[in-house]
Every structure is written in C-alpha cells, then in structure tokens.
Unconditional design. Structure first.
Length: 317
C-alpha cells in the first residue's frame, strides 16, 4: 500500500477521472495483524476506539469472525493494491484522506485485491473514493461504509473483466448513504447502480457519462432512495446537478426522489430514452434544462410536475 503525496483534481473539462499516484513510503506493519488463523484482526491494544463508551466496538464479518474496531482513524491518502494492503487497514473505522482501490500496478508483481472483508469496520472516508481497476467481487466487504465526504469516482475500468458471477456492481457499498462530493460514473462495464439502494444524498452532481457507445448501463432504478442532489461546476464553471449521457439507457426511472435541483440538468445522446418519466417529481430547477440529441425522446410529458426553471429550457436535435 502506498501513501500519496497529492492527488490531482478531477478535470471535468475532459470528463475523465485522472488520478496520479506518487509512492512516498511503506506501510507501517503495526497497524493491524491477524491474531490467529481465524481471520480476527486486532492492533494489540486493550481498547483503542474513540467513541464515548468504554467498550471495544466490533463487527462480525462474513465468515462469522469478530472484527475488532479499535484502531480509530488512519491518516491517508492511500492506494490499496493488494490483500496485504487491505489487511493492514483492518480495525480502522475512518480513513482521513482519499482512497484509491486498484490492482493494475500491483498485478505486475502478482499482487491483487480479492476481498475487502477485513475493512468491515470502516464507516467513513474523509476524501474521495476511487474504484478500479477492480472487480465487483473484490469490492464486497465495505458494507459498513456509510459516508464518503468527497467524490465517488467510478472510472471506465470498473468493474474489470475479472467478474465471473452475478455480483451486483456496487454490492460492496450496500451501506453507503451519503456522498459529500459528486458521484462521477464513467464505467463501461457496470449495467446498473445495483448495490447503492441506501444512497440518499449527493452533495455535488450526479454525472453519468460512460464515454462509450458500447457501455452496458441500462438502469438507474437502484438510485430510487436518492432525495438530495447538490451541484458542482461544469466545464464552463456553471452549476450542474444532473448530467446523463448514456446511449443504451432506456429510462430515468430511479430518479423519482428528486424534487428540487440547485444546478442545471443536461441529458444528451441518450438514444434509447423514450420519455422523462423518471423526473416526474421534479418541481424546480434553479438553472437550465438542456435536452440534446436524444433520438427516441418524443415528449416532455415526464416533466409534468415542473413549476420553476431558473434559466432556459432548451431542446435540440
């Protein structure tokens, strides 16, 4: 596992997730260890948790072992490339700094991530969380992660072609409720947001831009509990709340929880989209609504509840 000196900011100008990593040190092996062959991890102290009570918090992982959640906060940022890196973070309830999960660099040395189960104690990441290159199976284990204060970055390389079963793309994030920044989805392989059913709030924008006409995304239904969506600057520094560009997406069903948006709405090149019924609860958009080259879209009837548009409503193509 490597610590990063810095992570360059996301450039929406290219609608890509450019993450640069510099290795500046090695992991301190005292962060955690497997106390026996049972898979129970502990840092060796009596009770290092930071909550108000005197007991040691714990979670039971998938194989029935009790995971001791007594290591407090790990200060990052951090790149996790292998199971060894994962094990070193066992017991921590929070990571202060961005986290990148990847297997590409480590794979050259035969290392990779097979499971995040030892991170069952992790509840919060104060920073961005970037997935990939990583398989959906390997993501399983972050079930107790409820908050990411930065962006959730889903690059084109997630999930990898290593996926061989029917694991939901985001099954490992089943407990995620809040994203403080933006949800930036550029995956070519994920066909849905299944696994993110607990997500209720995004502080920034929801950007769905797989950047490939062959991208698999066909459903937003798992986002049905999303009721709060903020905004983030677009390439022209204008507030943007919702950006959807997905050629195979047939419906916006799943966005019915959105009622008021602070930024603009842009839906373009969604060539399978026939209506806007998924936005049926939308009553107010503070900026513009831009609909561009959605070849099958023949009606705006799905916007029947819309009362206020702070900018312009533009339909083109």
């Amino acid at each position: 596992m490597k610590s990063m000196l810095e992570s360059p900011p996301l450039s929406l100008c290219c609608w890509s997730l450019a993450i640069a990593v510099w290795a500046v040190g090695c992991w301190n092996n005292s962060a955690g260890s497997d106390t026996d062959d049972s898979g129970v991890y502990s840092d060796g102290d009596a009770d290092g948790d930071t909550d108000a009570d005197d007991d040691t918090d714990s979670h039971t992982d998938a194989d029935g072992d009790t995971e001791l959640c007594d290591s407090g906060t790990y200060t990052g940022p951090v790149v996790i490339e292998s199971d060894e890196d994962v094990n070193a973070l066992a017991g921590y309830t929070k990571i202060s700094g961005s986290v990148q999960l990847m297997t590409m660099g480590a794979a050259m040395n035969g290392a990779h991530i097979t499971t995040l189960a030892p991170l069952t104690c992790l509840q919060r990441i104060d920073g961005d969380l970037t997935l990939g290159p990583l398989s959906a199976q390997a993501l399983v284990g972050l079930d107790n992660l409820s908050e990411v204060t930065g962006n959730l970055n889903v690059p084109w390389s997630y999930p990898t072609i290593e996926d061989t079963d029917d694991t939901a793309p985001f099954a490992g994030l089943a407990g995620l409720e809040t994203i403080g920044g933006s949800l930036l989805f550029e995956s070519w392989g994920a066909d849905s947001f299944d696994g993110l059913e607990s997500l209720s709030a995004i502080g920034g924008m929801l950007l769905i831009f797989p950047e490939s006409n062959d991208a698999a995304l066909s459903s937003l239904e798992a986002l049905s509990n999303l009721t709060s969506l903020g905004q983030a600057p677009d390439i022209n520094n204008r507030p943007l709340s919702l950006y959807v560009r997905a050629s195979k997406l047939p419906s916006l069903t799943g966005l019915e929880g959105l009622a008021e948006l602070e930024g603009s709405v842009e839906i373009l090149h969604c060539n399978a989209l026939e209506d806007l019924s998924g936005l049926g609860s939308l009553t107010a958009v503070a900026r513009d609504i831009f609909l561009y080259r959605n070849d099958q879209l023949s009606s705006l009837s799905g916007l029947g509840s819309l009362e206020t548009v702070g900018g312009a409503l533009r339909v083109s193509g």
